[in-house]
Structure formats: C-alpha cells, structure tokens
Design a protein around this ligand. Sequence first.
Ligand SMILES: *Cc1c(COP(=O)(O)O)cnc(C)c1O
Length: 429
Amino acid sequence: MKRDNSEKLYSEALKLMPAGVNSPVRAFRSVGGTPIFIREGMGSHFIDEDGNNFIDYCMSWGPLIFGHADRDVVETISKTALKGTSFGTPNRHEVELARMVIDAFPSIEKLRFVNSGTEATMSAIRLARGFTGRDKIIKFDGCYHGHADFLLVAAGSGLATFGTPDSAGVTKDNAKDTLIVPFNDIKKLEDTLLKEGMNTAALILEPVPCNYGLILPGEGYLAKVRELCTRYGIVLIFDEVINGFRLALGGAQEYYGIKADLTALGKIIGGGLPVGAYGGRKEIMDKVAPDGPVYQAGTLSGNPLAMAAGIATLKKLSDRSAYARMRKSAAFFREKLKSTLDTYSGKVLFQQLESIFTFSFTDLKSISSVDQIKSCDMKLYARFHFEMLSRGIYLAPSGYEVGFLSTVHSDEDLSKTADAVKESLKLIL
Ligand SMILES: *Cc1c(COP(=O)(O)O)cnc(C)c1O
C-alpha cells in the first residue's frame, strides 16, 4: 500500500497542528502508524491521497448514513450555498428542520440548533441546572458527551461517586458537581440518588453507549432510569448524538419506547455538516434565553447550509426504508462472518445493533460494562486494524470506537469485508 503522499502531508501537519490533527483519535495513536489523508469519498468508499481505495466503516464517525457525497445531500447543499451561507437572522430552513426533528421525536416539543454535539450536551446541562435550580449532574462511566469541562470527568477512586478531572485544564471544582455511576448498574444509581438525588439537576446518558465500544443496555434498564429520574425530579437527558436517527427514526427513544426530558442530537441531523441540537419538554425549553434566564447563543447556529444538509438527510430517512435496508445489510454481514466467528469463537467478539457494530478481542460472549471493554486486547485490535487497512477496509483507528453501516454498503462490500476479516484473523490469532 502506497503511503508517500499521506506521510508527506502528515509530516507537514505535525508542524502545524497538535499531533497533526484536529481531533485526537484521528492521529492513529491507538493503532500505531500514521494516519491516511482522505482525498475524496463516494458512497461506501473513500480514496486517500495516494490513490488507495477503501470501504469505509467510520463514515465520518456516524453522520453519513447515506454514504459519502450522497447526491441529494450534496445538491441541496450546493443549491443553498449559491444563495448565501449565513445571514445571522432567522431563515426558513431552521423552521423546516426543527419541524422534521420534532415530528420524529415525540419527547421534543421545542428545540435549539447549535453547531456540534458538544454544544448540545453542554447547553442541555446548563438548561437542566437553570430549570431545577440544582447543581449536581450524573454521568455514566464510559459515556462520551463531547468535551465540555464538566463532562470531561472520570470516576473518583474507591467508593467516592464524586468525579475527578479526566483532562488537564479541567478544575477540581468543575468536576466536583459531576457524579459518575457505572452503566447498567441500577443498584449503584439508586444508592447515589438516595444521597444526592434531591441535589441532582440532570442525569445524562447515551441510551446505547457507542463511544467506549458498544455497550447494550440491560433488559428494562433504561425504563428504570427513567422512573428514578421522575421520582427525584431529575431532568433525564438522552444524548442521542449517535443513537438519534440511527437506531430508528426516533432514535433510542423510539427503539426502546422511552421518553427523555431533554435530548441532545448531532451527527446525522447535520448530514455531514457541523450541526447539533438540544430540545425537549416545552416547560423546560421555555427557560432558554430570551424567553427565560438560561443563556445560550451561536453566530452560525441554524445557518442555511447546515440546515439544508440536515433537511436533505432527514427527508430521505423519513419513509424509514433506510432502516430496513441497513437491517438487511447487517444480517447479510453477520451471515458472511459466521463461519469465521465460529472458528475464532472465544477469541473475537462481533457485537452489532442495527447499523452499529464492533470487533473486540475477548473471550466474553457479550459486553455490557466498561470494565469488560477495558479487559479486551487492544494490541490485537491494532494488528487487526492494520491488516484490514492493508486489504482496503477502513475501520475506526481505535478499538474503543464503533463501526457504522450506511444504506450504500453493498452486499459486495460486505462480502469483501468478511473475506478480509477471515484473512486478517488467520494472520493475527
Ligand atoms: C460525537 C458525540 C458527541 C460530541 O459531538 P461533537 O459534534 O463531536 O462535538 C457527543 N455525544 C455523543 C454520544 C457523541 O457520539
């Protein structure tokens, strides 16, 4: 595989940007080697600066549910751009996209558009605090919600539920109001709420955590979390930045039949452009400025370009056929992988929910906790990643990230990928 142009660009990038990248995992540190620079994408494939062609399962970390350079999305963006990219005034695209999101999510009565998932969760938490007049928030170990200070918090040592900074630059004071609880453990959550429930403004979680491998919520777990939040008057925030419009049109809330008080969205709703949104019950959303006392603003929020990309994407999703299509692809992929996975059973675990999947190197039969993911062999994942890359398959460059199917991954793509999995595992296991 030729890497000359990517390597040349990377050595230049290293002088200009920390680790040569604008988001850490892109630097390939978890899998070793140097990142490849992508020149263009089409459908399920992208091509790097050296002309290597890959089947892509990262899909820009989730937004590209119709694949790269989807015609409908790109044409809508182009047409819209010709009329101006941002006005700093209200525009009709915001109204249209807001209507589409609200129609898909029954729990959302009003929403605000922002420019990233990070802004969406950060603003939702500020709002929950403003609404309840309480300070503490509860976050789950292993759930990622973007990089706001009070969410870059790790579990404290020992029995303490109080969080500690998970990044330099986050103050202890910023971390101290974030309580960390293990996912899928109702008892620990109940214990925490007995002590802190009445001081807690918000509980935030990814209904299906997708940022620390793929963790599936246990039977009835999300319903129990919902019930506890209602009992203590805590604003339940579902971070559906990945789950939303991916598990189903109405996200995890439709998939599991549960309503959040506030929902954070991003990724798919921007159709590949930078968009986030937070929304929920009217009574809570009415506290946002200038109707209410909770400040939140954005120069480029709701700009016509990003809105148009979102509209084009949600329009194509609205008849739900995309979900049926991806479910069929996922079943086909599983079938193609079956004999290989049987051969290496006890060594590699393939987990998949709808169009989200992971390969983990472990003897576990399923993964439902952060500790279980920590026990997986990430060195083997790195070798697997390299072997797959050499065979023209681009998986996320970290064993803690998930893979995404799109509507345009063809049976041929999936067969080719399954063959590459077989050859790669044969070499490394
Ligand atoms: C990606 C992601 C975010 C952050 O979104 P950005 O647009 O990267 O700021 C937040 N929450 C979840 C669940 C995510 O997957």
